[in-house]
Write a protein that binds this ligand. Sequence first.
Ligand code: PLP
Length: 400
Amino acid sequence: TFQSSAALQRINPSPTLAATQMARDLKAAGRDVISLGAGEPDFDTPDFIKEAAIKAIRDGKTKYTNVDGIPELKQAIARKFKRDNDLNYDVSQIGVAPGGKAVLYNALVATLNPGDEVIIPAPYWVSYPDMTLLAGGEPVIVPTTQENNFKLTPEDLERAITPKTRWLIFNSPSNPTGAAYTQDEIKALTEVLMRHPHVWIMADDMYEHIVYDDFVFTTIAQVEPALYERTLTVNGASKAYAMTGWRLGYAGGPAPLIKAMAKVMSQSTSNPCSITQYACVAALDGDQSFLQERNAAFKARRDLVVDMLNEAEGITCSKPEGAFYVYPSCAGAIGKTTPEGVKIETDEDFTRELLQAEGVSAVFGTAFGLAPFFRVSYAASIEDMCEACTRIQRFCASLK
Ligand code: PLP
């Protein structure tokens, strides 16, 4: 009989996938389901990027490449870090992988020893704790609060650091809350990190370009240059360029770490798709103005969703600075009963009954490590978002 490894038994299957499956099953059964579960922009990859990929195919760029990225792409990434983040990385300090997820995983595999601790503020992107476990480390979960807009405080960071801390994983703007840290908020955290030279920082900047209301994005190594030597600045094409299916992530960091990550790739995935890499050169070097148009659409949806959710009984929703998620509390629904007589005791009960009653699919907060909340992705049309929120209001009003 099949038996998985001890390492695999330490991790959970993705709860977001389970939620998506339930929605898919209902849809297959003929129900009208609106999914608020998507982790990807609903926009298409811009045409100029597609054209660059088609050209790469025609030019025969279809073979193995350097394991961790073609030089042209590393140079484009270096230009991007300089332009957007005022960070100087030369090509020996830049690594490319098949997705931001792969970048993060390779970095953890390349650095963690058994017992090494990784600080992960909650709510977190679901993969951080499980990747840490797979790589042999120990996740140290630090809860945040809605009152503090789901942002890690310097005091909580200080308390979480031990002699075994290897990494802080820092994600701004955040999946699942959309919260983005201001430069001052980051500075307060870097002051703590400066006192603990053994702690390295993984800055997951995947949603850098999706911010609203003139929010100015900054990243750790930029805010505190003294942390440059122990920061891995991670980014990727998925969210900014609506390229989730193309699989490309990249990072800038200390050359020995970048080399170690390439070593992991050399014996696992090898290089990211050659065609994708050429397309990403075009993406990074091309006209970025389409980002503003897309953000204007995202912002209109965010404002609608936040307003409509706050009108639902028992729901309170903060207005985040970025990404395409909100993370409303359903605390006011806990303890109530549906018309069918089901008592809502957890956020998982809430999202399951919401799906059953109204055909709206969202992911329960426990999956992201902070309850009772749920994650709403507004990467869907404004009409769908409006309809979904109307249904959520109706569901909440039906609870007694
Ligand atoms: N980091 C965060 C916070 C994310 O939400 C995601 C994708 O959902 C990723 C990293 C990884 O994205 P990808 O592997 O598509 O580059």
